[in-house]
Design a protein around this ligand. Structure first.
Ligand SMILES: C[S@@+](CC[C@H](N)C(=O)[O-])C[C@H]1O[C@@H](n2cnc3c(N)ncnc32)[C@H](O)[C@@H]1O
Length: 279
């Protein structure tokens, strides 16, 4: 049910843009008061006009980085962190981005760093996202960026022990999975032992959502599937990561208590940038 809804939601976003769903908490939602940082249509227009989105800069992308990638990649950012900034990618590294989306910003940023003798692969489950990203790569002449279809909770189409860096961005990829440990197991499986590193941005909460109240719509906006920080780190450790470090944490959203239960204190959601090394 959630998988079907996710595919439908992300196909729509790929086709019409991130205007009313995706990782963006709805300001009109009865269950959430949005102070979220996602881009909206106005931001997209701003990006078109100014070419360098201020939201992208505010999360740590510098002008040089933004100028080095297709302008269309910049439109969707502002929702997450900037894992690439912390990943210390080097020329020749093999990089995989989980949930690369239609813009493929992290794939293109990484592809510029690893240069043409190495490859960066974006993994996404949504056909329309993949198509847009592939068109973008072709249009801008990226020969070292590719986009593969795969479900990050199941077998990702990447060999064991072959990757230097796995990234995932926008607060809203691992977070969408029903089983975070399975997604982290896939990251662990493909990373090179001793040197392989994962850097991602994702949402955590101080209080998990009651499973009985989970709404598929809200899951797809990356709200109902959010774990506590402890459970998030636990799921990484269950997947095999022993060395986990939180690099950054910023406030993302305060979800108000449901009308029928004002005793509930609501949920504070923050965005983490987190790093883990495979030993
Ligand atoms: C919010 S978008 C993030 C896109 C991109 N990372 C960015 O920063 O712009 C989330 C993406 O994750 C993908 N996704 C969600 N669950 C997935 C899964 N289980 N396997 C593969 N891709 C998934 C969706 O198709 C969508 O493209």
């Amino acid at each position: 049910m959630i998988l079907r809804k996710k595919l439908k939601t992300y196909s729509k976003i790929a086709l019409v843009g991130n205007s009313d769903s995706c990782c963006m908490p709805l300001s009109s939602s009865s269950s959430s008061s949005s102070t979220g940082c996602c881009s909206n249509n106005n931001d997209i227009e701003d990006s078109k006009n100014s070419s360098l989105s201020s939201s992208a800069k505010s999360i740590g992308f510098n002008a040089k980085e933004l100028e080095s990638i297709p302008e269309s990649s910049i439109w969707g950012v502002g929702c997450g962190g900037n894992p690439i900034k912390f990943a210390h990618i080097k020329e020749g590294d093999t990089v995989v981005d989980f949930g690369s989306g239609a813009e493929g910003i992290d794939v293109f940023l990484a592809a510029n760093i690893v240069k043409e003798q190495a490859k960066v692969s974006g993994i996404d489950m949504t056909d329309d996202m993949l198509q847009k990203a592939r068109d973008n790569a072709k249009k801008h002449g990226y020969i070292n960026a590719e986009f593969r279809q795969g479900d990050i909770e199941n077998k990702v189409p990447v060999e064991n022990n072959s990757i230097d860096i796995v990234t995932s961005n926008n607060n809203c990829v691992i977070n969408l999975t029903a089983n975070k440990t399975n997604a982290f197991k896939e990251v662990y499986r493909i990373l090179k032992p001793k040197v392989g590193m994962m850097v991602l941005s994702d949402l955590v909460t101080y209080k998990e959502f009651n499973v009985d109240s989970i709404e598929v719509e809200s899951w797809c906006r990356c709200i109902d599937g959010v774990l506590t920080k402890d459970n998030y780190i636990k799921s990484m450790k269950e997947a095999g990561f022993k060395n986990v470090e939180i690099i950054d944490e910023i406030s993302y959203l305060e979800v108000e208590p449901p009308e029928q239960n004002q005793e509930d204190n609501g949920r504070k959601i923050t965005s983490l940038t987190i790093m883990a090394i495979k030993d």
